[in-house]
Design a protein around this ligand. Structure first.
Ligand code: HEM
Length: 278
């Protein structure tokens, strides 16, 4: 065991009880009384340094676990208090339990979601930046599942839409993602993370509530992951995101985190199709 001078300043009872402490003391290798003031100053310096280090840590919560944890931390704070216990925003509008969904509104939500997932999956397939290729075939893809669900609604006699809409939150989000992906990987991957992970968490809970209210409890393919166990699929993507982010500067990481709010804005608009009963 190496006894540094730091140990000498802060010797705590367990250390004092250590047999080697007695040996050191007997050889007068430990703090002589004359320099108590000096030690006190040094201790203060250590305390200041420790506080500064803690301050720095506070700036990037989750950092030690990897970058995904930083993204999660930022995302959780953007939830309203009724959406999640980690949420910090005041509730705006009715809580999910009080939503009064209609099949018509839910279909618009599913169609807009399909536009977004089609776009994400096309972007990683094309891989304008090599790191996007990491995110092909993660098992989290939702485009095919949504196609099956929309087919099911048609079989049930529902009409999707009389004509393709010229604008919708899904079209705006898809356009935004397409453009962003061509020029800004950290910002794009923030959306990638938030869309897939939000769907696996709050999205699933919303899907269950809607199904109870308007689909006789039928579970759609959108909420089923056939490629493997969901926690494992998510963990694999976390690891890939963490690896990609290791190559980013702190500025790029911050830029990625700052994009979270936009992801909430766009996804929130798409969710409105279910929340408002039109
Ligand atoms: C009505 C809307 C929403 C509800 C009720 C909701 C609820 C939740 C809940 C309960 C969790 C799980 C928290 C936990 O790990 O204990 C969660 C996680 C999360 N949500 Fe939401 N959320 C909503 C909307 C959103 C939106 C719009 C986004 C972003 C686009 C988002 C992004 C996330 C992310 C990234 C996580 C972390 C997932 C993980 O750790 O694997 N959520 N949400």
């Amino acid at each position: 065991m190496a006894f540094t001078t730091t140990h000498a300043f802060t010797a705590q009872p367990p250390f004092k009880n250590h047999p080697q402490f007695a040996v050191l003391k007997s050889r007068q290798l430990l703090a002589p009384p004359i320099s108590t003031a000096l030690y006190r100053n040094k201790a203060r310096l250590f305390a200041v340094a420790a506080t500064a280090a803690a301050e720095k840590k506070k700036r990037y919560p989750g950092e030690t676990k990897g970058f995904v944890e930083e993204m999660r931390f930022v995302a959780m704070k953007l939830h309203t208090k009724d959406q999640s216990k980690e949420g910090e925003k005041e509730p705006a509008g009715k809580p999910v339990a009080k939503w009064e969904p209609t099949v018509e509104g839910y279909l618009k939500f599913l169609m807009d979601s399909k536009l977004v997932y089609d776009t994400l999956e096309r972007i990683v397939e094309k891989a304008a930046f090599p790191e996007y290729a990491e995110f092909r075939n993660t098992g989290l893809e939702r485009s095919e599942a949504l196609s099956k669900d929309l087919d099911w609604f048609i079989q049930q006699g529902h009409t999707l839409l009389p004509e393709p809409p010229s604008s919708s939150p899904g079209i705006s989000y898809a356009r935004y993602l397409e453009e962003l992906s061509e020029k800004d990987p950290p910002a794009f991957l923030c959306h990638f993370y938030n869309i897939y992970f939000a769907h696996s968490a709050g999205g699933r809970m919303i899907g269950r509530k809607v199904a109870e209210k308007i689909l006789n409890g039928k579970e759609l393919n959108f909420y089923r992951w056939e490629a493997g166990e969901l926690p494992e699929l998510l963990q694999n993507v976390r690891e890939k995101l963490n690896r990609v982010a290791q190559g980013w500067s702190r500025e790029e990481k911050d830029h990625c985190l700052e994009e979270t709010e936009k992801s909430f804005m766009f996804s929130g608009q798409i969710l409105q199709w279910i929340a408002s009963s039109s």
